[in-house]
Design a protein around this ligand. Structure first.
Ligand code: GDP
Length: 446
């Protein structure tokens, strides 16, 4: 999905290096692109507006530290805000705190994935929480839907409570509840009639079902591919029912899943689960961080920026940059610190992996893995040196080399090689004069 947009964003992210603060000016174009990205991902317009305004409020004036650009800092802020807006800390959890059976009511449009999700939840509750689960369908309009629930319930290893098209949904609900109580079920999952669009009669019906069943969870099931219209559907269900959570289905499709943001914003309830396949094991706890990257359509770049901002000790990087700028020498101690920064960012292989294809193509995965191991050995060698040796490598002659090699568990030749590389690096640093970690990474990657 390396779209034109992704390329554009990655270019913008890299521009404007060296500006110390986020201002209206230096991020205007970036914000426009992000707004577009959200709209392209099918986030509803009012939600996009709100979101951009909020981000702007937070971002303006934010400091740009280390070797980051305002664009990078902005992407970091947007990603965090997006994840925070969609996340709630209760993903993957179902509240079952009720006099058994705990009733879970499934609501949503026809085709959203209610029946499939009901069976997935049954499986989840049986396997992960060791519950005794009963399912029932109140969809008296489509006998095939009742049969479908019967089939998938059996696959999930739960028990299915029979219902027919001749019954009334409320009678079915009461009978199922009664049966679940008598037979000591922990959970009763209630699948409901699908609607193709919001329909007043069916809305009244589900309201009545809710009143009779008194569910501890009322889950709104919504298709991630639904797009802009998700906001209207969500609003209608929110008005009809006291929703407690959302199941976002079909995230395995190629929709960018902006519906998640719209639906979360409108209902105010957490997205608890994500459907990621047609199969019954295709249910995951909703991962807001990952989904934020997906909505922005630049997951990898976001991951990279996040990693850089999270991993790098900014004070350290600034001290280092200042030192190089002032013309002070680059010592083995600095070399060691740079190596450690790299390790914090998850290693070279990981880092290069996250760069857009045009940058990472040159570096094969195997090469990078080897490079990672090398980095660890280098760290070992420098660690075996005394502080004085690290400052003044010229002191390191034969005897010291042997001691250092023994300490690091390597051959003397490797110590020689490291010293030679260090000299080259020193030369490079002198040339760079103030370039930061990012520059160095690029040199190493290229
Ligand atoms: P309902 O009308 O709301 O009960 O929807 P269904 O459970 O019958 O699902 C409608 C269609 O979507 C079926 O073909 C399901 O197999 C499919 N489906 C449901 N959830 C997912 C999902 O997470 N991923 C994929 N790929 N398909 C899904």
């Amino acid at each position: 999905m390396a779209s034109a947009l992704t390329e554009k964003l990655s270019r913008l992210v890299k521009e404007l290096r060296g500006q110390a603060r986020i201002t209206e000016d230096n991020v205007a174009e970036m914000l426009r692109e992000v707004r577009l990205a959200l709209l392209e991902a099918d986030v509803a317009l009012p939600v996009v507006r709100d979101f951009i305004a909020r981000v702007k409020g937070k971002a303006l004036g934010a400091e740009v530290v280390g070797s980051l650009t305002p664009g990078q800092v902005l992407v970091g802020i947007i990603h965090k805000e997006l994840a925070a807006t969609m996340g709630a800390g209760t993903a993957g959890e179902l509240n079952l705190a009720a006099q058994p059976p705990a009733v879970v009511l499934m609501a949503g449009l026809q085709g959203a994935g209610k029946t499939t999700s009901t069976a997935k939840l049954a499986r989840h509750l049986i396997e992960k929480r060791k519950k005794k689960v009963l399912t029932v369908s109140g969809d008296v309009y489509r006998p095939a839907a009742i049969e479908q629930l019967k089939t998938v319930t059996a696959q999930a290893g739960a028990e299915w409570f029979p219902s027919t098209a001749q019954q009334k949904p409320l009678d079915i609900a009461r009978a199922a509840l009664d049966y679940a109580r008598k037979h000591h079920f922990d959970v009763l999952l209630v699948d409901t009639a699908g609607r193709l669009a919001i329909d007043a009669v069916l809305m009244d019906e589900i309201k009545e079902l809710h009143a009779v069943l008194n569910p501890v969870e009322t889950l709104f099931v919504v298709d991630a591919m639904q797009g802009q219209d998700a906001i209207n559907t969500a609003r209608a269900f929110k008005e009809a029912l006291p929703l407690t959570g959302i199941v976002l289905t079909k995230l395995d499709g190629d929709a960018r899943g902006g519906a998640a943001l719209s639906v979360r914003a409108v209902t105010g309830v957490p997205i608890k689960f994500a459907g990621v396949s047609e199969k019954l094991d295709g249910l995951e706890a909703f991962d807001a961080e990952r989904h934020a990257g997906r909505i922005l359509g630049m997951g990898d770049i976001v991951a990279l920026v996040e990693q850089v901002t999270a991993g790098v000790d900014v004070a350290q990087a600034q001290k280092f940059a200042a030192k190089i700028k002032s013309g002070e020498g680059f010592t083995l101690q600095d070399f060691l610190e740079q190596i450690r920064q790299m390790k914090k960012m998850g290693g070279l292989a990981n880092f290069i992996d996250k760069l857009p294809a045009q940058f990472s193509a040159k570096a094969g995965a195997a090469d990078m893995d080897r490079a990672d191991k090398e980095v660890r050995r280098k760290e070992g060698i420098i660690c075996s040196m005394t502080p004085t040796e690290r400052r003044k490598p010229e002191l390191i002659k034969a005897t010291r080399k042997r001691r250092i090699a023994a300490g690091a568990g390597v051959q003397v030749q490797e110590v020689n090689r490291l010293l030679k590389e260090f000299e080259q690096m020193q030369g490079m640093m002198k040339k760079m004069k103030g370039g930061g970690l990012m520059k160095m990474m690029k040199q190493l990657g290229g």
